[in-house]
Design a protein around this ligand. Structure first.
Ligand code: ATP
Ligand code: MG
Length: 218
């Protein structure tokens, strides 16, 4: 499903990733943990094709996205990778429904089909009565669930989440974590989750420990 080999990345003189080899199977929920500055976000951004490695390869469903033409990388990302960030990063001018639909529209899905899919997802996410609300009219937990819907709409190979519950209170945090496991069980969804939450990490199938740009245990 996802495989990286020998990923290195430097910012100027600072080598942030020092040769990362990981392999993640379909339906697996893997957490990446480690101290601040270990390189977790950098690794996730590279797996998600938002940043390029200096060396090494990334394979997502057998395809090395960095071998694609520049213009094809964003389309690859749109179709294969779902993102959930610490701060929802929803578009403020658009409703929950529109925010979930947008990646499908970018993928050139027909608007009527995108809307139907988005509504089904929002129903699954227990947000049916919030569909026409804009992000400013949603709670933190609701915004994150909309972000999960947006991540799911194109049936991505993997959802990459960077501290997804980092800005939520305990109740919303627990609900979001339960949602990840439900999506895995019901939709075979694969997740890679960077987290500082020890409980979430302990609940995942596998913990990858990163320190100072290397993996110390997997
Ligand atoms: N665009 C950039 N330019 C320069 N340095 C960067 C850049 N992005 C990250 N870094 C540096 O790379 C190192 C790793 O950053 P990264 O964001 O991957 O850490 P992290 O493990 O996600 O930390 P945290 O838990 O605090 O989010 C840090 O020292 C950071 O300052
Ligand atoms: Mg980070």
């Amino acid at each position: 499903m996802i495989k990286t080999e020998g990923i290195t990345k430097s910012f100027g003189m600072l080598q942030v990733l020092k040769g990362i080899d990981i392999s993640i199977n379909k339906k697996e929920i893997v957490s990446i943990v480690g101290p601040s500055g270990a390189g977790k976000t950098t690794l996730l951004q590279i797996i998600g094709t938002l940043d390029k490695p200096d060396q090494g390869t990334v394979l997502v469903n057998g395809i090395d996205p960095f071998r694609l033409k520049e213009k094809d990388i964003s389309s690859f990302r749109n179709k294969n990778i779902g993102f959930v960030f610490q701060f929802h990063q929803l578009l403020p001018e658009f409703t929950a429904l529109e925010n979930v639909m947008i990646p499908a529209l970018i993928a050139k899905e027909k608007a009527s089909v995108a809307e139907k899919k988005a509504k089904e997802l929002l129903q699954f996410l227990k947000l049916t009565d919030r569909m026409t609300h804009k992000p400013s009219e949603l709670s933190g937990g609701e915004k994150q669930r909309v972000a999960v819907g947006r991540a799911l709409i194109n049936n991505p190979a993997v959802i990459l989440a960077d501290e997804p519950s980092g800005s939520l209170d305990t109740k919303n945090k627990e609900e979001l974590h339960a949602l990840f496991f439900e999506l895995r069980d019901k939709m075979d969804q694969t997740f890679v989750i960077v987290t500082h939450d020890e409980q979430l990490a302990a609940d995942t199938d596998r913990i990858i420990h990163m320190i100072d740009g290397t993996i110390i245990d997997k």
